[in-house]
Design a protein around this ligand. Structure first.
Ligand code: GDP
Ligand code: MG
Length: 283
């Protein structure tokens, strides 16, 4: 018997707490993260021979450093290295909910997507081709209705499979293009980061570079404390920012968000979501 460490992520109101309770029942414990007021909830369950240790991450829309919840969520992933991250999504708002999923994939964590609230999505006449979504994202996807427990067993089965498949393997962060203005800068920064091992024991190098471009205070502070090369990265960011401002009147963080949404949209538009009621709002 072995223990599989699983983190539960998701947007607020995606049904994360309901899923957590459906998975762990009464076998849970609420504490808090040292020094802050974010709850730390953990629980356990068994799947066959495997014991699952479930860590509830704070509900977040993103993994920036704007809120304590986002910082806690990404630090748990980076530091505790869960074997699998289950990301609970509101299936009815797939595009918006995938924004977090993409960022978890950019951190390199093996993830399983739980398309929750499928009852609501079906009621609205929405059909999701989960095999296609799984293929395009290259991650397992399971439909769930956390409120009734539907799909929870399958979610756990897929989680155990995902853990076995990734056991002992290096995390493989998703790498998406951020376009002609940012990609060259990102590549240059990745080179500097890897040559100098800047935070590389904790974060994927392209992820760290993106955080510099997003002006992420937490990561930049860690970077400055870790290595003088941080100043060179900040110079690259400055020059890219200046260029974007003068040519496109925009800034790196906005470009990054646009490309992330563009990546998601390009996947959804490949026939992942269809509406049976043609009059319904476009997803
Ligand atoms: P959290 O903010 O992600 O922790 O979301 P909660 O677990 O608190 O759920 C938010 C609301 O959605 C609650 O009223 C739940 O009962 C409800 N809910 C959770 N899962 C489902 C589901 O699969 N279908 C439906 N219809 N409602 C759900
Ligand atoms: Mg909750």
């Amino acid at each position: 018997s072995k223990e599989i460490k699983v983190a539960l992520a998701g947007n607020p109101n995606s049904g994360k707490t309901t899923a957590f309770n459906a998975i762990t029942g009464a076998r849970q414990h609420v504490g808090n993260y040292p020094g802050i007021t974010v709850d730390k909830k953990e629980g356990f369950t068994k799947v066959g021979e495997n014991r699952i240790h479930l860590i509830d991450l704070p509900g977040t829309y993103s993994l920036t450093a704007y809120t304590m919840e986002e910082i806690v969520a990404r630090n748990v992933v980076a530091d505790q290295r869960p074997d699998v991250v289950i990301d609970v999504l509101n299936a009815g708002a797939l595009e918006r909910n995938l924004y977090l999923a993409i960022q978890l994939m950019e951190m390199g964590a093996p993830i399983v997507l739980a398309l929750n609230m499928m009852d609501e999505a079906n009621k609205q006449g929405m059909k999701i081709d989960i095999d296609k979504l799984a293929d395009l994202l290259n991650v397992p996807v399971v439909e769930t209705v956390a409120r009734t427990g539907e799909g929870i067993q399958e979610l756990l089965t897929e989680t155990v499979k995902c853990a076995a498949k990734n056991e002992g393997k290096k995390w493989e962060p998703l790498s998406i293009s951020y376009g002609p203005d940012l990609d060259p800068a990102l590549n240059k920064m990745v080179d500097l980061i890897e040559k100098n091992n800047l935070l590389t024991d904790r974060y994927p190098s392209r992820w760290t570079a993106l955080k510099y471009l997003e002006s992420d205070d937490e990561i930049m502070q860690l970077g400055r404390e870790a290595h003088p090369v941080s100043a060179e990265l900040e110079e690259v960011v400055k020059s890219v920012s200046k260029h974007l401002e003068s040519t496109l009147a925009t800034y790196p963080e906005a470009v990054i968000a646009d490309y992330r949404y563009g990546y998601i949209t390009s996947i959804i538009r490949q026939g992942v979501v269809t509406r049976l009621d043609a009059a319904a709002d476009r997803v």
